[in-house]
Structure formats: C-alpha cells, structure tokens
Design a protein around this ligand. Structure first.
Ligand code: EPZ
Length: 436
C-alpha cells in the first residue's frame, strides 16, 4: 500500500490550481441516469470519480473521454496514464438497475444512483451503504422521501429494492439538511410528475452546481442554495456542456497549509464566496488573505491564535475541514475547541495527531486543543479521506520525518496532492509502505 514520506518544516510558496469538486462531480455524474447526453469538463482525476464511472458503465451509461491529455492531472499511480479534461456521457441500454455491494461499499455516494434510477427506469436495487468510520450514516431520509413520491421500498439481504409506477411531486420536509439526500430527491423530482418542494434542504455550493447543471439541461429548479428548493418535473433533459465548480475542501486544505507554512501561497481557479466560513476561521486565528479574481493568496500566521468553532451544515464551518484545521490549532498560542455536530465519530485522526505531539482531548463531540505544541514527525495511519489530509498537514509542520500510511484514502478526494505540495516546496514523496 502507498504511503507519503514527509520531511517537515519546509515553507510553501508559489501557486497551485485547485481541481474540480469531487462532491459536485459525483451527483452530476449520477444524474446521467436521468437519460439523454451531455459533456463535462473540470472533472477531477480521483478514485471516487473512477468508481462512479465504473458503476455508471455497469448501469448502461456510455462514457467517452474526449480531448485526452496524457498526464494532464498526473493521476495517482496505478491508474491510466492520462486523464481528460472533457467527458462525453450518454445513456446506453437501460436494462440494468443494480448497484452492487462490492462497488457501493467502497463509495457511499453510490446511493446517489437511487433517485435518478427511480425517476428514469422506475426501478433500483442498491446495496445498503452501511456505516463508515465517521458514523452510522443511515439514508432513512432519502428512502422516506422516495416513498412519499410514490416508490415502494423494501430492504432484503442488505439491498434496497425500490420501484414505482411513476414518481409524483410532493412536499418533502427533511428532518436534517442532508447533502446527498437533498441531491437524490432533487434528481428524482426532475422527471417526476408535478411539483416537489423540499424544505430544510441542504444549502451546500455543490447542490447549487448540480441544480445549475440540471437547469442548463432544461430542468425546472428554483431555490437551490437556500433551505427551500422547488422542482417542477419535465419529460426529458437536453444535451449541454458544463464545467464543474472548484473543490472548496481542497481549496480550504491548501489555505490551512499556507497558514501553517506559506510564503505567499496562491490558490487558483477559486472564488471566495463558498470559502467564507473557512476564511473567517483562519482570519480569526490571525491569517491575512489577499483576494484577486479567481485566486486567494495567504502566508503563514506568525502567532496563530486559538479559536472555538462548531462544524455545521453550509454556510457553517464544514465538517470536511475539521481534521485539517486541528494541526494549526495544535500549534496556536492559545487553546481552541472544536464541536463536531455533523458526524458522531469524526475524531479518529486526533489520536494520531497526539502521537505527533499535539495536545487534544476528546470529550464526546468536543475536541479541546491545548495549543502551544511543537509537532514531531512520526509514522501515522490515515483512517479516512479528510483525516488523511489533516495528517499530511501535521506532517508538513512537524519537526523531522512523518510517514502517513494508507494514503489510498486521500486519493479518493485529492488529485495528486503530493505533486501539488511538492511543486509548492514541500518535501513529500509517495512510497511503498513496508509491510511487517
Ligand atoms: C456529504 O455526505 C458529503 N459527501 C460528505 O463529504 C460530507 O462530510 C457530508 O455531506 C456533510 O457535509 C458527498 O457529498 C459525496 P449528510 P452525506 O447526509 O450526504 C445524517 C467527503 O469527505 N443522516 O449531509 O452522506 C448522517 O448520519 C465526504 O467528501 C441521517 O441520519 O452527509 C450525518 O450524521 C465525507 N439520515 C448527517 O445526517 C439520512 O438519511 C449529515 O449527513 C441522511 C443523513
């Protein structure tokens, strides 16, 4: 298995292009199950994207890679030697409607095939995603919404069997602003008969990107980005070319790297609006950000201050940035607290950071960070995608050498992160982990 070997303490300088958003690309790709054809650009070269493309091909979607650019994204090893900045996607034969366990278990976002399959093929058989390290992550809200829209849902042997004579629009009030739940319902409603109103909807920018894409294809959607989304069903969707938004979590990750070790680090192809809660926290810790059209420049904070934050649904501070902000809090001059309100077990990275010299205590959903630590390099184990990013950032600031193991997690959501960091001056190499 791959690992990263990092020698800490080297400043980061220069500019880095932020890739397309994983969490916008995935629902947009799954919406291909609604039929028709379209083309996409700015799709990131990620493990989760390749898993999605594989699943979609098994479900009869035709995907061709246009304008292939060898080595364009310097993809993670073991993958093909090139990536495309443009995917041509169209509906093929629509016989299959099953998302098998061996794919769903590797990527929970596969549940995003449920809504569009029900809407277009009136049938879906999807393996229950099961929990993951950060929490039980049920999908009860997705399933209840589909039942309200006229689907019959049964669960047998770990699979969801769903079918309908035809989805009907209705009022859906979500108990929690679930991100993929909102996306699944939106996609189902796009071809349903009549109007659907979703209240307490998630407001994430990736949901706005999905809605913008579907509207560009002729869907009738208003209110995306607010807590109330209205969709009026249409008969079919038109062809379009669409470029996916930037990845705000990758952008936030590099901003924290700049706040730790930056000497004028610029992130490119971004816009500040979706980053405002992350920028607010970094500036409260003492960072200064210089914004120009499409880019943000930041340097290391001389004496970072401690802060208290809560992770919240958008526009609050994102749970997907919680692991990444902790190394900066660990070295800050004062104490910090982080309350994790979204997932019930998203502090697994803390034990590894404490092995590097951080001083973080966990009390239920709260992390108390003492601050004032000098992190030391160590061999650490990545446990999930964003925990991996937090450990890489800790390794960059730590004294000496850090080995982050099981970096296949990070390849799920960051495009060649070690290449991008190396280009900024970090001492980081991908190595083969010596197994005992
Ligand atoms: C999306 O996951 C993201 N994934 C996650 O990013 C992100 O952490 C999460 O939203 C929160 O922002 C994608 O977009 C592909 P939720 P999702 O449904 O939709 C509970 C990453 O690193 N819940 O908003 O699965 C759930 O248990 C990933 O890129 C129910 O109880 O998250 C959780 O506690 C990690 N029942 C909370 O809501 C449901 O039916 C938020 O979950 C649905 C959710």
């Amino acid at each position: 298995m791959d690992a990263f070997r990092i020698v800490g303490g080297h400043p980061l300088r220069g500019s880095v292009r932020i890739s397309g958003s994983k969490n916008a690309a995935l629902p947009i790709l799954f919406s291909s199950l609604l039929g028709g054809s379209f083309s996409l650009s700015n799709i990131p070269c990620l493990r989760d994207v390749k898993t999605t493309l594989l699943l979609l091909e098994q479900l009869g979607i035709r995907i061709s890679v246009a304008e292939e650019t060898p080595g364009l994204r310097d993809p993670s090893p073991g993958s093909d030697s090139s990536w495309s900045d443009r995917l041509e996607i169209s509906e093929g034969e629509t016989s299959s409607f099953e998302a098998p366990y061996d794919l769903v278990r590797t990527m929970r976002a596969s549940v995003l095939c449920l809504g569009p399959l029900l809407a277009r093929r009136k049938k879906a058989r999807v393996s229950l995603p099961g929990g993951c390290l950060i929490g039980a992550r049920p999908i009860d809200m997705h399933l209840k919404a589909f039942e309200r829209m006229g689907a019959t849902i049964t669960i047998h042997h770990g699979y969801i069997d769903a079918e309908t004579d035809g989805l009907e629009g209705c009022e859906i009030s979500l108990p929690y602003p679930t991100v993929t739940g909102t996306e699944n319902i939106m996609m189902a409603a796009v071809l349903a008969k009549g109007k659907t109103t979703v209240t307490n909807a998630a407001e994430e920018p990736e949901i706005v990107d999905l809605a913008d894409f579907l509207v560009a294809r002729g869907a009738r959607i208003t209110g995306a980005g607010s807590s109330t989304i209205r969709i009026e069903g249409v008969d079919r969707l038109d062809p379009v070319h669409f470029s996916v938004m930037f990845d705000r979590i990758e952008a936030g990750t590099f901003l924290v790297g700049a706040a730790l070790l930056g000497d004028e680090v610029t992130i490119r192809e971004v816009n500040p609006a979706p980053l405002s809660s992350i920028l607010d926290v970094l500036m409260a810790m003492g960072a200064e950000a210089e914004s120009r059209p499409g880019q943000i420049t930041m340097s290391a904070i001389r004496n970072p201050r401690g802060v208290s934050i809560r992770t919240l649904p958008y526009p609050g501070f994102p749970t997907d940035m919680q692991a990444q902000i902790l190394p900066l809090m660990a070295i800050a001059k004062g104490p910090s607290t982080v309350v994790e309100t979204v997932f019930e077990n998203r502090f697994t990275h803390v034990m590894e950071m404490n092995r590097m010299g951080a001083n973080i205590e966990i009390h239920g959903s709260q992390a108390m960070v003492r601050g004032g630590s000098r992190l030391e390099g160590a061999a650490v184990m990545a446990s999930d995608l964003r925990a991996s990013a937090g450990l890489v950032l800790a390794g960059l600031i730590a004294e000496g050498e850090t080995e982050v193991r099981r970096v296949y997690h990070i390849d799920r959501g960051y495009e060649a992160i070690e290449k991008k960091l190396e280009a900024l001056g970090a001492r980081i190499k991908r190595i083969q982990e010596e197994l005992p």
